[in-house]
Design a protein around this ligand. Sequence first.
Ligand SMILES: Cc1cc2nc3c(=O)[nH]c(=O)nc-3n(C[C@H](O)[C@H](O)[C@H](O)COP(=O)(O)OP(=O)(O)OC[C@H]3O[C@@H](n4cnc5c(N)ncnc54)[C@H](O)[C@@H]3O)c2cc1C
Length: 405
Amino acid sequence: MKPLDIAIIGYGTAGQAASLYLQRAGHRIHHVEQAPELRPVGAGFLLQPTGLSVLDELGLGDAVRRCGARIARLYGENERGRTIMDMRYADLDPRWHGLGMQRGALFEVLRRADGRAASVQVGVQVEHVDAGRGTYTTNDGREHGPFDLILVANGAHSSLRAVLREQVRRDVLYPWGAIWCLAADARGRFRHDLEQRYRRAREMCGVLPVGTLPDEDDSARKLSIYWSVRTAELDAVLAGGIGPVRAAIARLWPDAAALLEPMADLSAWRRASYRDVVLSRPFRDRVLCIGDAAHGMSPQLGQGVNMALLDAQALARALDRHDRLADALADYARVRAAHLEIYQLLSRWLTPLFQSDHDALAWWRDLLFLPMSRMPIARGESLKILTGTKRGWFGRLLDAANRAG
Ligand SMILES: Cc1cc2nc3c(=O)[nH]c(=O)nc-3n(C[C@H](O)[C@H](O)[C@H](O)COP(=O)(O)OP(=O)(O)OC[C@H]3O[C@@H](n4cnc5c(N)ncnc54)[C@H](O)[C@@H]3O)c2cc1C
């Protein structure tokens, strides 16, 4: 396709990765971000073999491997010490692992690779998008464009996806969110596992090793701690001080509470709420939604960043394959839907098992989750879900499966 004028709204993972791919394909990028300066948003996260394969293709795999923490296993236990979840990447493929990362580390690796990062317009909030004319309007009332294509990459809470009108099939706030922070692991207790503890589905605490920022040495490595909180109570919990949070975590998981000992207050903690977003088609005329703006989901399956990276890769490939924009966007939508649909469904089904007031669900989870995930076929399928390579009910995202080793 001839070089296009493309506007990207949002400098999160989806916007950053799309910009890199599309610049490299020769398109002209005009990038805007509402924050007053370019900076990372969001909690530490788990990069899966799928996301790693995209970063490898971009030539950034070694940079993220240098600062991320290699994760071999996902392990969860209830308050009585009963194992609920125990999944190892190597059981699917001995070469595979996850990579726990600080949000700032991935942000910085992508920013440094972005030759046009300095020209991103910051402090610009987009308020309206016109799909037919390919223009967008900012909070100062000015209209920009027309562009051949506008990528709406402004996250799960995007109001801009309303431009897709009836194509927005679902857009719901989850009743539970989380508070999270980064902490040092002074005692070296947490190394290679993402660990979680649960009391029914009402309490969940997780600890994920997330490594360092790009220029830090190994002694600076961090953990990401998260604590499940009802969305409506997020602000109240943060305002309530560290005492109640520390006490609740200590009752569930003393090892995690020990990480909070050096903290005098909750100033390092942030809130996170999530949405369940489903689009019947992610584009209309000259506008395409990517990343969480197109398929926000609960982070229970740890896939959002990886999905954002796969979106960027799929878009670049679709534009490369077609001469007409409409054909490329239809191709993109088809390719991504085949991977996304199952994750949207599973995320909606599984989240209440870990974050809800449904005690009966949690009882069944404690009884059945581990034995079911060890049954012959289910074992392989749950490992595919974990690694981000599940495609449809029994398929596999072969590209990532082949490359991620
Ligand atoms: C607690 C938590 C844990 C998570 N853990 C994982 C994990 O382990 N693994 C994983 O893969 N994913 C995880 N995720 C999901 C992941 O964070 C998201 O899927 C990912 O950040 C989506 O990237 P994005 O670029 O689409 O959106 P975002 O990262 O939200 O970026 C959107 C950008 O758009 C900007 N913006 C917003 N509105 C406007 C506007 N109107 N005009 C201009 N700019 C605007 C924002 O400032 C922001 O920079 C987690 C999420 C949460 C909340």
